[in-house]
Each structure stands twice: as structure tokens, then as C-alpha cells.
Design a protein around this ligand. Structure first.
Ligand SMILES: Nc1nc2c(c(=O)[nH]1)N[C@H]1C(S)=C(S)[C@@H](COP(=O)(O)O)O[C@H]1N2
Ligand SMILES: [Mo]
Length: 356
């Protein structure tokens, strides 16, 4: 559709909640692989923090050989790394679970992608040294508040196992798409943890602490755990790597189209590995064809755009299904893995279309 016929019509974020601010990316109306920060989803547990930038320092302490306090200037001088990665909220698509689960009712816009530049956390940890026996790295943000389920005030803090913290692509970022990180996305410094759901990528970093026992903060021990049972916490395990997944951008769910040729297009992504195939069915799963995957040779951590030319001659109602598979042979399952807090939804993507 030519935008010239619709002057001024442009996508906007979709509000889920304003206090704290939680908004979705208008993923169906995004073109391109690097999302403008104005269209980047926003996911916050608390009010935005107040920080004084003139006096901002990044302390690294705990089980280190020599604790240090870095200025942003110090960090800018170190060798940088630039990474284009999918950031997806673990609650993305939560609204699709049956039975429904409590929490932000994300549809499919709890996902964005862009280019982050920063310094590997590893580089900083090499400068402080790590003591023998250290097991995890805790990254704490400046934002804090009360949770509905606990009495104390908590900051937003998460830990990473040492191995993930030391991965050269786990970075302390200071730029997004060549600009300083926008305030709402973590200015001046945020963690970017490729391959893991977004909760790991802590914004507004206040300090980094190396620890030698499992970190038990509530955003790690209560939230961001998969609870497979409705009534108890048995068999819970932590939310980490992004599941293989896809979204149909066009046409829209429940759209009415005419007979003829239509381009079905969307994105597919995964945490570990890359997307190896995208299959599509326009007859409710009876037959499947391969969608055409664009730029399949691209670097890791990105989403893949795909498209499929659909020629439809018969009027009626159609269910279109998309199933992505990754290089570790993980495919979107027929039914989702239901869990009480509604994380990691990745069942086969479905929309309905009417042809008249
Ligand atoms: N300090 C801090 N970091 C945070 C959060 C937060 O509430 N506070 N939310 C996390 C979650 S759950 C997600 S999905 C991403 C969202 O990042 P964005 O708001 O830049 O999209 O940030 C993560 N980092
Ligand atoms: Mo999230």
C-alpha cells in the first residue's frame, strides 16, 4: 500500500501499561532489520530511575582480585564490539497461552532488534581479575521499587553464570544504532546478552559484582522461572535461552483479502544457532511448503526475514501456519509449553484469513 495515499499514517508503540511503562513494538508494520529506538519495545518493572550522569561510575566488586570503578570515558577508550541482536521479552506472546496466565498480556511485539556497541564484560573482568571459586556475575540496575509479593524494596538485578558473562559477545553497551543508548533503554550503560531472553540485559547498570554462590534475587528466583504446574513450584527451572519462534507480519490476523496473489511475510529467530528452515501451511497444516528465507548467511543473533508467495483462487476461510526450525533441529511445537508465569511461548504461529 503506498504511503502517499495515507499521508501521516505511521506506526506507533502499543501500550500495555504506562506505570511502569510497558509498550510493544508494532511488529507488523516494521520494515528493515534495525528498529528505530522510537519503535523499540519498552519493558520495565519499576519507575524509571534517577541518575546523575555527571557523577556516573561503574563499580566492579566482589570476588575480584582488584575492585575497580570505571568512568564511561574509561569504557569508551577500550576496544569495542558491535552486535546486532534480537532482544525478546520472555513474556512475548503471553496472551496466547491457554489457559490464560496472569502478567502483562504481550501479543507479539515484545521483540525488537538493533545494533548495540559496547565493551565485552569480559574485558572489564580481565582488568579486575576474578578470584578462584567465583561462579556468577551479578549485574544490578539503578531502578528499584516494591513488588506485590514481597515487603522489601528491590533493585532490578540479575546474574549470569561465569561462562555466559565471559562470552566475548556479552557486552556492556553504550550505543544503540550509532547513538548513545536512549534513556528508556538503559543510558548510559546497559548489559546486552545475545541469545538469552531480554530479562538478562540489565539497563542502567549501577554495579557489577562477582559472587561465589547462586544469586537469589526475586527477578531470578521468583520471576523468570518456568513453573510447569498450576498449583505448585515443582520442577521449575530458569528462563535463559530464547526459543525458536516466528511471527507473521503480513497479512494481519483476521484480515479479509481477495483472490489472487498475496505475499505472506514475517520474521523467524532463535537463541542458539540460526534459522535453518521456515515452513508454511495455508491449509491448516495439511500440506507444508518452504518459505523463502532472506539473508540466511547473516551473522548470528539476528532474526531472519522470510516470505512466501500465496496464490489463492478459492474463496473461504483459511488458517495460515508457520513453523520455524533452527540449526540445532529445534522446531516450533504444535502446542506451547504451558507454564504458570507464561514465559517462552513459541508454538506454531497461526493466523486466520478470509478470502472473498
Ligand atoms: N534495570 C532494568 N533492566 C531491565 C529491565 C528492568 O525492568 N530494569 N527489564 C528487563 C526485561 S524483562 C526486558 S524484556 C528488557 C527490555 O528492554 P527494553 O525496555 O530496552 O526493550 O530489559 C531488561 N532489563
Ligand atoms: Mo522481559
Amino acid at each position: 500500500m503506498s504511503s502517499a495515499r495515507y499521508p501521516g499514517a505511521k506506526p506507533s508503540l502499543i501500550v500495555r501499561k504506562l506505570h511502569p511503562e510497558n509498550q510493544e513494538t508494532p511488529i507488523h508494520f516494521i520494515t528493515g532489520d534495525e528498529i528505530d529506538h522510537k519503535m523499540f519495545y519498552r519493558r520495565n518493572h519499576f519507575s524509571y530511575p534517577t541518575l546523575t550522569y555527571s557523577n556516573y561510575w561503574l563499580p566492579i566488586n566482589g570476588s575480584v582480585v582488584s575492585p575497580r570503578i570505571f568512568s564511561v570515558q574509561d569504557i569508551l577508550k577500550l576496544p569495542s564490539r558491535t552486535i546486532t541482536a534480537v532482544l525478546e521479552c520472555a513474556g512475548n506472546k503471553r496472551s496466547l497461552f491457554e489457559p490464560k496466565v496472569f502478567g502483562e498480556q504481550w501479543e507479539n511485539g515484545g521483540i525488537s532488534q538493533g545494533r548495540w556497541k559496547g565493551v565485552p564484560l569480559r574485558t572489564l573482568l580481565e582488568l579486575t581479575g576474578i578470584q578462584a571459586g567465583a561462579t556468577e556475575v551479578v549485574v544490578e540496575g539503578y531502578d528499584y521499587g516494591k513488588r506485590t509479593d514481597l515487603d522489601n524494596i528491590y533493585t532490578y538485578a540479575r546474574s549470569l553464570p561465569l561462562e555466559k558473562a565471559l562470552h566475548p559477545d556479552t557486552i556492556i553497551a553504550y550505543a544503540y544504532n550509532d547513538q548513545p543508548i536512549p534513556f528508556k533503554h538503559g543510558y548510559p550503560l546497559r548489559l546486552i546478552v545475545p541469545q538469552w531472553y531480554g530479562m538478562a540485559s540489565v539497563k542502567w547498570i549501577k554495579q557489577v559484582s562477582i559472587v561465589d554462590s547462586p544469586f537469589k534475587g526475586p527477578f531470578q528466583s521468583i520471576d523468570y522461572m518456568y513453573y510447569p504446574n498450576k498449583e505448585n513450584d515443582n520442577n521449575s527451572f530458569p528462563v535463559t535461552t530464547i526459543n525458536v519462534n516466528s511471527t507473521i507480519q503480513r497479512p494481519l490476523n483476521m484480515e479479509v483479502l481477495d483472490t489472487g496473489k498475496h505475499i505472506i511475510k514475517g520474521i523467524a529467530w532463535t537463541g542458539k544457532g540460526f534459522i535453518s528452515k521456515v515452513e508454511i501451511s495455508t491449509d491448516f497444516g495439511k500440506t507444508w511448503s518452504y518459505a523463502n528465507i532472506m539473508n540466511q548467511d547473516q551473522e548470528r543473533y539476528r532474526w531472519f526475514s522470510w516470505s512466501y508467495e500465496w496464490v489463492v483462487l478459492e474463496k473461504g476461510d483459511y488458517t495460515i501456519m508457520v513453523k520455524a526450525t533452527d540449526s540445532h533441529n529445534q522446531s516450533q511445537p504444535t502446542s506451547p509449553f504451558w507454564n504458570r508465569k507464561g514465559y517462552g511461548y513459541n508454538a506454531i504461529t497461526k493466523i486466520k484469513i478470509r478470502i472473498e
